[in-house]
Write a protein that binds this ligand. Structure first.
Ligand SMILES: [Zn+2]
Length: 159
C-alpha cells in the first residue's frame, strides 16, 4: 500500500497527513500540542509512524519530569555532555550500574529525585565531579558502624 493512501483501521476511510491538537497527561497535569500523523476525518483514529511517535514520547518524558521534579532524558544528556563525561563515566560516578545513564537518556528508566539533585549539583560547579568521585570512593572505605563490635576483618573482591 502506498504511504500516501493509508486507510483507517477502524472505519476504512482514507487517512490524511496532518497535525492535530493532542493532549498528553500525567498525574492530573497535561500539555496540549500539535501531533503530526495520519488522521481519519471520520472517526478521529490516527496512525503515528516513526518520527510522529518521537514527539509524543519526548513530550511525555518532559511532562513527567516536571511533575515528578526529576531531570528529563534530554536534560540528563545535556548536563552530562557539558560536564565532559561519557555515559559510562557518569554511571561510574553516580552508580546504578554501568548502563544507568544510557537508560536515563533513552527514557528506559527515570532518574530518582536524589540522582536528579546530584546531577544538578554537579552542573553547578566543575570541581564537583572530582568531589563526587572522592565521596564515591570514601563510601567504599567507611568503617563498620556497629556499636560494641570487636575486631572486624573484611575481605574484598578486587575489581
Ligand atoms: Zn476512521
Amino acid at each position: 500500500m502506498n504511504a500516501e493512501m493509508m486507510s483507517c483501521p477502524v472505519c476504512g476511510c482514507l487517512l490524511s497527513r496532518e497535525e492535530r491538537e493532542e493532549t498528553c497527561a500525567y498525574k492530573g497535569s497535561s500539555v496540549t500540542y500539535m501531533q503530526p500523523g495520519w488522521w481519519c476525518g471520520t472517526c478521529d483514529e490516527a496512525i503515528f509512524k516513526g518520527a510522529d511517535n518521537v514527539i509524543g514520547n519526548a513530550l511525555f518524558a518532559e511532562l513527567r519530569a516536571r511533575v515528578d521534579g526529576i531531570l528529563s532524558p534530554s536534560q540528563v544528556r545535556d548536563i552530562r555532555k557539558r560536564m565532559g563525561l561519557t555515559q559510562r563515566q557518569a554511571s561510574a560516578l553516580f552508580g546504578g550500574g554501568p548502563n544507568a545513564f544510557q537508560k536515563y537518556e533513552s527514557g528506559t528508566i527515570t532518574p530518582s529525585v536524589g540522582i536528579s539533585i546530584l546531577i544538578k549539583l554537579m552542573e553547578s560547579n566543575q570541581e564537583s565531579v572530582q568531589v563526587l568521585s572522592e565521596i564515591r570512593a570514601q563510601l567504599h572505605e567507611m568503617p563498620f558502624a556497629i556499636p560494641g563490635i570487636k575486631r572486624v576483618s573484611m575481605s574484598r573482591q578486587t575489581a
